[in-house]
Design a protein around this ligand. Structure first.
Ligand SMILES: Cc1ncc(COP(=O)(O)O)c(C=O)c1O
Length: 388
């Protein structure tokens, strides 16, 4: 019997599955993880597989602190970092620790569809905020905070993906970044900054994280290795204001079991310390940049008039606007017949959203992405003919 593992999504034979925002398995660094795991056990011994400390293994926290200090313009020490089980776990834990029943959680609309599920696991109300090509509308956010307070509600946190947003691919404009952090400080609104795509920057460096603009503002910045290394490790980390970090690390689950993913987190620490992480990121950037370009070129060539999109400067996604009167929900059946998939925009929205759909360019090579764009264009034409 082999040790072949079951994975989250089954790809349908013959389909081009542009729905799945996950790394190409061929780009997962199996050999480097193998070597780092061997070193972890050889050098760490039983500590590598014992319960971990609340903040996580020091090899990882130290390496992350050095990397953030070098790249993000903020002096970070190992004690300023809390290891997490990835951004979904960290969001869930933030809600457990900071949200009271009946509180309002603010989100961009559209936002990461599965974050809506995580938030839905908690007894809170969701309030959607407008989002455009410059990212979150910060003035609308301020107005919503005030309106909720006037209704006697408590807006406890804003979940935001300001850098290479899922699903739209856009970055929050720099003036809006400063305004959002100032708003959070003034209103004592916790910003949960999901920074999952920061390393996947294809046209220059990513804009500064919200957290790095004002370490005294109530921001928790969530980083993860899911896109930059391997999602099956389930390892991430968190930086942010000391009191928020401390409450986070004191959660009951951490008291009970120590940091999540102690072994995998130590392996990630080995990969950072050895320099293999940096060279892997360079490989990913080149590979995904080329895939982004291939999908952009093919969509420009094949998509019917009325389709539009903003070229993302990083991340995994293109957010495609459909011609007038066509909805992404209606398009699903036509796309199925053409053997191509996407996620309809409504899944990312707190209301509406079906004028758009999300395409991921992470999973396939350039030629397959071009074929996917041709099939999608044909499906859009089929849908237009069917509704004429
Ligand atoms: C915006 C966003 N946040 C979080 C995640 C998942 O992160 P993790 O694997 O660290 O839980 C994803 C994965 O697609 C994502 O797009």
């Amino acid at each position: 019997m082999t040790a072949a593992a079951a994975t989250q999504n089954e790809l349908r034979p013959g389909f081009v599955e542009l729905a799945y925002g996950e790394p190409d398995p061929r780009l997962l660094p199996v050999d480097a993880v193998w070597r780092a795991a061997a070193r972890t056990l050889a050098e760490g011994g039983s500590a590598a597989i014992a319960y971990g400390s609340a903040q996580g293994p020091s090899i990882l926290r130290g390496a992350l602190a050095a990397r953030m200090s070098a790249h993000e313009g903020v002096a970070v020490g190992a004690d300023d970092v809390v290891v997490t089980g990835g951004n979904s776990q960290a969001l869930d834990q933030a809600l457990t620790v900071f949200a009271e029943p009946g509180d309002s959680v603010l989100v961009e609309s559209p936002t990461y569809n599965l974050a809506l599920l995580t938030i839905g696991d908690h007894p809170v109300e969701v309030a959607g905020l407008p989002h455009d090509e410059g990212g979150l509308d910060v003035e609308a956010c301020a107005a919503t905070v005030h309106a909720l307070r006037a209704q006697g509600r408590r807006p406890c946190l804003l979940y935001t993906v300001p850098t290479y947003h899922n699903p739209t691919g856009v970055c929050l404009r720099e003036d809006r970044r400063a305004a959002l952090v100032a708003l959070a400080a003034a209103e004592d609104l916790i910003l949960v900054e999901d920074d999952v795509y920061r390393e996947l920057a294809y046209d220059g460096e990513a804009p500064p994280a919200l957290w790095s603009l004002d370490p005294d503002a109530p921001v928790l910045r969530l980083g993860t290795f899911s896109k930059s290394l391997a999602p099956g490790l389930r390892v991430g980390w968190l930086t942010g204001r000391a009191d928020l970090r401390a409450r986070f690390a004191a959660a009951g689950m951490i008291e009970s079991g120590g940091c999540p993913s102690q072994f995998a987190a130590t392996v990630a620490g080995e990969l950072l310390a050895s320099g293999e992480y940096d060279s892997h990121i360079a490989t990913l950037r080149a590979a995904y940049r080329s895939r982004r370009d291939a999908l952009v070129t093919a969509l420009r060539e094949h998509a019917p008039p009325g389709c539009d999109f903003v070229v993302p400067r990083g991340g995994y996604f293109i957010w495609l606007g459909l011609p007038a009167r066509l909805t992404s929900r209606v398009l699903v059946t036509h796309a199925d017949r053409r053997r191509v998939s996407f996620i309809p925009g409504g899944r990312f929205s707190t209301s509406g959203g079906d004028t758009h759909l999300r395409l991921a360019f992470s999973l396939y090579d350039e030629a397959t992405l071009a074929e996917g764009a041709r099939r999608l264009a044909a499906a859009i034409r089929d849908a237009q003919r069917a509704s004429a």
